[in-house]
Design a protein. Structure first.
Length: 816
């Protein structure tokens, strides 16, 4: 004997009801079948809504009735042969009339009794089963419709429904089963034969009860998903079907919100060792999920569930240990008031206890507890209960995890790295679950990142939020676009640009695969008006895991926001030098925030574009080396100027060229004053461990003051033109001593300086092509021969690739 249960969506339309036929034909070959059906999708909700409107005296409930009526009648017209229609239409109309008059009663009394609520909500199943019975009748030889009110008998105690197993089994034993036996789910009867219901999702329970009564070979739950999945597929797009799991695991998962199976349905099947198969009506060929007794899978975590709308009750007091029967009184008072306890944690000191409940019970629970312990609160042994609302629970479920260390560590570090703070932790006594209570708004993010951490070993998502789409920004987008497919294939990294802004507009694309990088320019033109605050607000609101903020600007306003971004545990990668060269205390603050919020602030491209200068320095320091001296050519622009200036072309013309070719800062004075080099050596000094300020870097300008004092860039160029003799003189000097001119930055004994130097052909700075940079590190380990980093130190392409490398560093760190 098979018991098959078809849920709301499986019987929600004419087409889906039709798909029952081939499924049942196949199963019927093995003998009689019990077919339990739900109400058509959405009907139970509509009935409950109608009750609540009628209770308020609002006759709009009639609109709901009308739509329920139309849906059922239309279904009959399309599904049932014309000659059978009138009989069933008559029966449905009768049911609808009964429904109308019961709701009419509620309207006139402005109150629905518990009995009338149960009766009204049973109409969905009563109507759907009637229709399905009539449809199947014409396709199978012997079909009957069974009224569960007469079979499943319940005892009602303080509004709670308890199925009387033995009485019900006896009732079932009297049934004369035919080939197909259609039974409305969800409905049962009390001892006097009145209709009662079995709780939301209760058709699963009905089916499990019948499976138990008839010692079924198998209980099949037919729904609209491919099985019980590793997480709710509406929240986690990468959720996978769990092939097989134990009853206990299924119970644990459903208890914490895996809606596909109603928790009470497990027990009747489990005690009789009846396997449960969860299948998809819309893809019946798929194997689905099998829930069985002895199944032991090697994988530690089977699934992740979540529940919304949770509140925490915190009870605290030094006198708690001394209060007689404290826990007993607490849980008894909650249970007597039908407050369902979802989770309990107690600190080992026993001075606090924390209980998780559904938020709808929050007010009641607060009152009940304060009343129960009013004496103890008055005498100061206990503090009044503290309530924390708007929370949710995420639970990891798996039978094997009890023997395994490190799971909670992995869970907490994944949450912590993404800025999700944990309000309470509970490991169920079964040790089959670890549950954490977090803010409700973090639930989707948490469940996705835990899913990624425990199930998606293959692919990790990186979400980029980028401000700045100038030369470097454009190039970075180009490189990301080019690398996306490769990173996915070879490194299992799914890099998506979720947000993009320039100084005027911003666009966000969190739903699909991120911003399409072939058409971002057009899309950005149509974007919303940009402001850094609204950009950051939206980024917070989207609240994605593994987020990285990219500041590809030179803006001071944006740099000011870094602390608030790091506080959200969002890492930052930037070529913007403002933050790294602000006051030392601000710089230190960013470093502390990095540690505290487990986010990274990376600015490799602040020095020598994409060359690995800062990362090399950090590696040296981290591995215990000490920096004695750094000597470097840090300006691609200046190097370009000195390499090209040989007297044939005027110095000013070469400066113009450097600007046109994108080597120099937009304002070349920043380069020529040495200011930019000072900023870079300051950063290297700070990374070497010196608490240095910008003013501590000494330096001389080699450009006559009149040029630097010019009002604007054009004025500067025209002044520079007039000073050709000054540069000629420098060149002459260099030539006479067979030297080349270099602008050199030095850090030695904690002092930093920048200056013009003439270097001879045996000096490592002599052969420096184009806009190349070079850094020499003299350290404990590299004391005679310095460690040299040399290469292209300016230009959009190398800068962009340096930012890209920072993105990869952040994602690698998140993984460990
Ligand atoms: P039915 O009406 O067939 O009883 P339900 O709506 O009660 O179906 O349950 C099926 C739904 O449960 C799915 O559509 C899915 O959105 C949701 N669901 C939540 N968690 C899970 C999970 N872990 N695995 C599968 N489905 C889940
Ligand atoms: N129709 C009922 C509900 O929506 C029972 C069920 O579908 O399982 O809760
Ligand atoms: Mg259900």
């Amino acid at each position: 004997m098979y018991v098959l249960k078809f849920g709301g969506t499986s019987v929600g339309t004419v087409a889906s009801i039709r798909s029952l036929k081939p499924i049942l034909k196949k199963r019927a070959k093995d003998g009689p079948l019990i077919v339990v059906v739900s109400a058509m999708a959405g009907i139970t909700n509509q009935l409950l809504e109608a009750i609540s409107l009628a209770e308020k005296g609002n006759d709009e409930y009639q609109l709901i009735l009308k739509s329920i009526e139309e849906q059922h009648i239309q279904t009959i017209r399309e599904l049932i042969d014309e000659n059978g229609q009138s009989d069933i239409l008559e029966k449905i109309t009768k049911l609808l009339d009964e429904l109308k008059s019961t709701l009419g009663g509620v309207l006139s009394l402005r109150e629905a009794t518990t009995n009338s609520k149960k009766l009204i909500s049973s109409f969905g199943e009563r109507m759907s089963s009637l229709i399905i019975y009539n449809y199947l009748k014409s396709h199978f030889s012997a079909v009957s419709l069974i009224d569960p009110v007469k079979i499943i008998t319940c005892r009602i105690e303080q509004d709670q429904t308890y199925v009387q197993m033995e009485v019900s089994r006896k009732n079932a034993g009297k049934l004369k089963l035919t080939q197909l036996n259609v039974i409305p789910g969800f409905i049962a009867g009390d001892e006097s034969g009145k209709v009662v219901t079995l709780g939301r999702g209760g058709s699963d329970y009905s089916a499990a009860l019948f499976a138990n009564f008839f010692d079924a070979k198998m209980l099949e739950i037919w729904s609209d998903v491919d099985g019980l999945m590793t997480a709710d597929p509406r929240l986690v797009s990468n959720a996978k079907v769990i092939e097989e799991l134990s009853y206990e695991e299924a119970l644990e998962l459903s208890h914490f919100g895996a809606k596909v199976i109603y928790p009470p349905s497990i027990q009747p099947a489990m005690v009789k060792k009846i396997p449960i198969q969860i299948l998809n009506t819309f893809s019946p060929e798929k194997p689905g999920t099998r829930v069985t007794r002895g199944f032991r899978d090697q994988s530690l975590i089977r699934g992740i569930s979540s529940m919304q709308d949770i509140s925490l009750l915190n009870l605290k007091g030094s006198g708690m240990i001394g209060i007689p029967k404290f826990s007993y009184r607490l849980f008894q008072s909650l249970s007597e008031n039908h407050i369902n306890v979802i989770l309990i944690t107690q600190a080992s000191s026993e001075h606090t206890i924390c209980v998780g409940i559904e938020s709808r019970d929050q007010k009641k629970a607060e009152k009940v507890i304060n009343r129960t312990f009013s004496n103890e609160i008055e005498t100061g042994q206990l503090e009044p209960v503290k309530v924390d609302g708007d929370l949710g629970i995420v639970a990891l479920v798996g039978s094997s995890m009890k023997n395994q260390v490190g799971i909670s560590g992995q869970m907490f570090s994944a949450l912590g790295r993404n800025g999700i703070s944990i309000k309470a932790i509970a490991q169920g006594s079964s040790e089959r679950n670890i549950s954490v209570v977090i803010e409700k708004e973090d639930l989707t993010k948490a469940i996705n990142l835990l899913h990624e951490s425990f199930f998606e070993h293959e692919i990790r998502r990186i979400n980029l939020f980028m401000v700045g789409a100038g030369n470097v920004g454009k190039e970075l987008l180009k490189q990301v676009k080019k690398q996306q497919a490769y990173l996915l294939k070879e490194h299992h990294l799914d890099v998506r640009v979720i947000a993009l802004a320039n100084s005027k507009k911003m666009i966000f694309e969190e739903e699909t695969e991120g911003i399409n990088l072939s058409e971002w320019e057009d899309k950005l033109k149509e974007g919303a008006t940009y402001s850094i605050d609204s950009f950051i607000d939206k980024m917070d609101q989207i609240n994605l895991r593994n987020s990285i903020f990219l500041d590809v600007t030179a803006s001071g306003e944006i740099a000011e926001k870094y602390p608030s971004i790091l506080k959200k545990s969002i890492s930052i990668a930037t070529p913007n030098k403002v933050a790294a060269t602000a006051s030392h205390s601000e710089f230190l603050n960013l470093k502390q925030l990095e540690r505290k919020f487990k986010a990274q602030f990376l600015f490799e491209t602040n020095v020598c574009a994409g060359l690995p200068v800062i990362s090399t320095l950090r590696d040296l320091v981290k591995s215990g080396d000490r920096i004695h001296k750094i000597q470097a050519v840090l300006s691609g622009t200046l190097n370009f100027l000195f390499n090209n200036y040989d007297g044939t072309e005027k110095f000013v013309a070469i400066v113009r060229r450097a600007k046109e070719e994108g080597y120099s800062e937009p304002d070349p004075r920043l380069d020529l004053s040495g200011e930019d080099v000072k900023r870079k050596i300051l950063i290297l000094a700070r990374e070497s461990g010196y608490a240095m300020e910008m003013d501590d870097v000494s330096g001389e300008s080699f450009v006559p003051e009149t040029c630097m004092n010019a009002k604007n860039i054009e004025g500067f160029f025209s002044e520079l033109g007039k000073q050709e003799s000054h540069f000629k003189e420098l060149l002459q000097k260099a030539k006479e001593s067979t030297c080349k001119i270099r602008y050199v930055a030095t850090l030695e004994n904690g002092k930093a300086k920048t200056e013009l130097q003439f270097v001879k052909s045996n000096h490592p700075f002599y052969n420096l092509e184009g806009s190349d940079n070079i850094v020499l590190f003299y350290t404990d380990r590299y004391s005679n021969q310095p460690l040299v980093v040399k290469g292209a130190g300016a230009g959009a392409e190398v800068t962009a690739s340096g930012i890209f490398a920072d993105i990869m560093r952040i994602s690698a760190a998140n993984q460990s």
